[in-house]
Design a binder for this molecule. Sequence first.
Ligand code: GDD
Ligand code: MN
Length: 384
Amino acid sequence: MSNHSNAEVSIIIPTYNESENIKGILHLINEHLPKNTIVEAIVVDDNSPDGTGKIAEDYFNSLKEKTKYTINVINRKTRESLSSAILNGIQQAKGKIVVVMDSDFSHPPQLIPKLVEALKQSKTDIVVASRYLNGGSIHGWSIKRKIISKIATIIAKKGLGIKQSDPMSGFFAFKKEIIRGINFDAIGYKILLEMIVKIKDISIKEIPYTFADRENGKSKLGTKIIFGYIQAIGKLYRYGKKEQQKETRSSVKFLSKAARFFSVGACGLGVNYLASMWFTSSLNMWYLHATILGILFSITSNFFLNKYWTFEDPDFNAKKTIIQFGKFAGFSSIGALVQLGMVYYFVDELSISYPISLVLAVTTSAFSNFILNKKWTFKEKVWS
Ligand code: GDD
Ligand code: MN
């Protein structure tokens, strides 16, 4: 493979079984290169059984004009993770600017010049193409996939204190120098998230775009990746803890616990939904039974997450834990009833619209639940 040592921009394209997409995407990138810029595409292929790597090499050899655009293929022996493939590409990148994108047309190459421009002009260190910024959107995803993505995003934002709208984006660009000295865990899909958490004092810009689901081939994001995600969040969370010196301000501690409590709540909605769906579809359960079981499941998982993570209570003595669980489940049920009553009162007596009533009721009951559990279940001072 020809190795241009003078590339200014390196575009990392991880692939696994993308034989139907790789040629087309490499071609489309070539048609939308940033002006007057020498670009290298780096395809990082994990020994795809369908011959993706070879197709990319052949395509490059067939190109006539190879001065402004070269393609290097890294053929890795084994499949590790998407993040590790991307890191491998970054290590080989010659450009000062690195772009990371998928090979399945979900990420429009038309945006690449804009990403590069943003890095060239300002002090910006990372530019993220965002689906969740105003003007961005997602085409072709099922409701289920949308919900999972939204929940994963909320968890990252609340749990890790991230301000960007789309920290799970797989489409972003950055100045290579910023990752010097950073140790990556490279679990699963979330390399950008790891960069945002671990690199200090950087400025991040976001640009909206429309993500389009792939037309050819299959997504590789499965249950294993979702569990890997939870593991990755845990690791990053502990990393953040070690970094910051012990926080002593009550206001910060209170707000951070509240944020954790609400993310657990959001996560519980997901558990509830997925468990109920699973009981009806896989176990053919009657839908009302499935719903009740789903609720029990999410109360239980919420309890343990709040005990261990939100309120940092490591004591799992059986008797104590059961009593705490009883209180927690009790408050949850009372909360649900209060919420129902409030919605009824707002809509029927005060004639407030249903969506607003619902938001008011959910917020109030979530907040009072937080206070009640903080004080009575986990025996903490309220303001701490
Ligand atoms: N080398 C390598 N090894 N490439 C991989 C692997 C792997 O183990 N797994 C996936 N890829 C490649 C795919 O071939 C594709 O080019 C790209 O990584 C994205 O994989 P998809 O399987 O298409 O992911 P997705 O579309 O479900 O997820 C996308 O959206 C997520 C946001 O919700 C990706 O952009 C993710 O990075 C992103 O987080
Ligand atoms: Mn995809």
